[in-house]
Design a protein around this ligand. Structure first.
Ligand code: FAD
Ligand code: MLT
Ligand code: ZN
Length: 475
């Protein structure tokens, strides 16, 4: 990237060329935009711009491009990898999308919705609901993250097993390219083979290739039935056997399949008010699984029969079927508050990995043994979207530890766990993205050919390197 202009020159140019865009420069106004959700990174910024339209984003980027001002797009700032936090130079412009939060259109006959990037995920879900439809993306951060951030990170979450990741839910996007040109592809087509899939390239690019300003998303009919169970299983292999059995019994009705160790349940019960373990007794592993249907059919019966059969095979040790919507919500609330419970429990190391579902038992056994041996003061809290082969292989220091001590150990632990992930045919970044946290990991584990292609794409779209420098790709 070329040398950045002096701050006063840059600000003057932004004020002159983008006079209508609110620009925050006072410390107290910019502070919320300068630290990431996990408080791993504390940056500085030239200013925070809060555009209200794609035209305003375009004016901002055109100006930044011509002057060589680096830009950090920011959505709900819930990134787990520091992707939306500016660096410490004070020369980067944060562009917050929160003011672009309108639902532009809903087409119920086409089962699609067009929203601006700054819409909260929960807002999109509610808008779909109000129109008599269902939007399936679901994350614990739904009340804070934005659809633009979800697409920029290709978010996953709790319903990927049935509906896919954010990329698979997008029919079209509108994005502003680094030089200010607008990529207008808000089509709502299910079939569209017209050349390279540029929409898919921008999705998951973590703000390094452009700024997503709107998206057209797939909707579904409303769900008529759900059946949910909290299940104690013998071990991870039993959980995976249960997954296969539920797939065979319920087909595409299998909506979610989450794996939780006892440590995660205990943390949620200890740190989150009004949280109780759904089953008596202490078991090493639990599964939270849900079936859903668009038609009125006896799903409870289907789930119960499958669990009885799994129990006769020794996979299931105990199970509670949600008897009411309140109980179903309580099961999910326990699951969704695990990250917050972990945060309150003190310092920890997070991993967001995936392996083929069939490799999960062996991976968990080997990686757990490594943690027990090499990190004796740590408690493994490995939970997540087992139905997708995606675990948050996290470690907490429950006996207390200084954050700085944990931070010192983190690179070594991360590399050892990632080595095991790769040995099992897995990915070091399943759903949270690379951000700033995993730049060295991407560099280390990606083949030279892939890295070359990524760099060539980056150069082609962002020749001046102004978009989110220091994130995703090493400089
Ligand atoms: P931000 O954090 O603001 O930004 C993330 C990245 O996207 C940054 O690189 C940023 O520069 C870029 N970006 C943001 N908006 C745009 C835009 N409009 N155009 C271009 N680039 C942009 N993630 C999961 O995948 N699955 C989960 O189950 C999950 N659970 C979570 C639970 C909790 C409690 C929390 C706090 C987080 C969780 N996350 C999860 C992580 C996080 O919520 C997701 O990564 C989310 O998609 C980020 O959205 P955001 O709007 O907060 O983006
Ligand atoms: C979740 O699935 O709850 C989050 O993606 C995981 C995390 O907080 O580590
Ligand atoms: Zn997750």
């Amino acid at each position: 990237m070329s040398a950045a202009p002096a701050a006063s020159v840059a600000l003057e140019a932004l004020r002159r060329n983008c006079a209508e865009v609110p620009l925050l420069t006072l410390g107290e106004d910019t502070a919320p935009y300068l630290t990431d959700h996990r408080r791993l990174y504390h940056g500085q910024a030239l200013a925070v711009a809060l555009p209200r339209s794609a035209a305003q984003v375009s004016a901002l980027l055109a100006c930044c491009h011509s002057l060589g001002i680096a830009v950090v797009p920011q959505g709900g700032n819930t990134s787990y990898c520091g992707g939306a936090t500016p660096d410490e130079s004070g020369q980067q412009l944060v562009i917050g999308l929160g003011h672009m939060n309108r639902v532009r259109a809903i087409d119920t006959a086409n089962y699609s919705i067009t929203v601006e990037a700054g819409c909260l995920l929960a807002h999109v879900q509610r808008a779909a609901d109000a129109a008599g439809c269902y939007f399936p993306l679901e994350l614990g951060s739904a009340g804070s993250c934005q659809i633009g951030g979800n697409l920029a990170t290709n978010a996953g979450g709790l319903n990927v097993l049935r509906f896919g990741m954010a990329r698979e839910l997008a029919l079209g996007i509108e994005a502003v390219l680094p030089d200010g040109r607008v990529f207008q592809r808000l089509r709502s087509l299910r079939k569209d083979n017209t050349g390279y899939d540029l929409k898919s390239l921008l999705i998951g690019s973590e703000g390094t290739l452009g700024i997503i300003t709107a998206a057209t998303l797939k909707l579904w009919p409303p769900l008529r039935r759900r059946a949910t169970a909290f299940v104690a299983v013998a071990d991870v292999a039993a959980a995976i056997a249960l997954l296969a059995q539920l797939r065979a019994a319920a087909g595409e009705r299998l909506h979610s399949f989450e794996l939780l160790p006892r440590a995660a349940v205990e943390l949620a019960c200890r740190f989150i008010a009004d949280t109780r373990a759904p089953l008596d007794g202490a078991h090493a592993w639990y599964v939270l699984c849900e079936l859903s249907s668009f038609v009125d059919e006896p799903l409870d019966e289907l789930l119960q029969n499958a669990l009885v059969q799994a129990s006769s095979l020794g996979w299931v040790l105990d199970a509670a079927l949600a008897a009411s919507e309140a109980q179903r919500r309580a099961f999910w609330s326990l699951r969704e508050t695990i990250p917050e419970a972990q945060r309150r429990a003190g310092p920890g190391v997070k991993h967001d990995i995936s392996v083929p579902v069939s490799a999960l038992p062996a991976f968990v056994a080997e990686a757990s043994a490594w943690v027990r041996r090499e990190v004796p003061a740590g408690t493994l809290v490995a939970y997540g979207h087992a139905g997708d082969g995606n675990l948050h292989f996290n470690i907490n220091w429950l006996g207390g530890a200084a954050a700085a001590d944990v931070a010192r150990q983190e690179p070594l632990i991360r590399r050892a766990i990632h080595d095991l992930v790769v040995a099992h045919g897995g990915s070091i970044s399943a759903e949270h993205g690379i951000g700033r946290l995993k730049v060295a990991e991407l560099q280390h584990y990606t083949s030279p050919v892939e890295l070359d292609l990524m760099r060539e794409i980056k150069r082609a779209l962002d020749p001046k390197g102004i978009m989110n420098p220091g994130k995703l790709l090493a400089p």
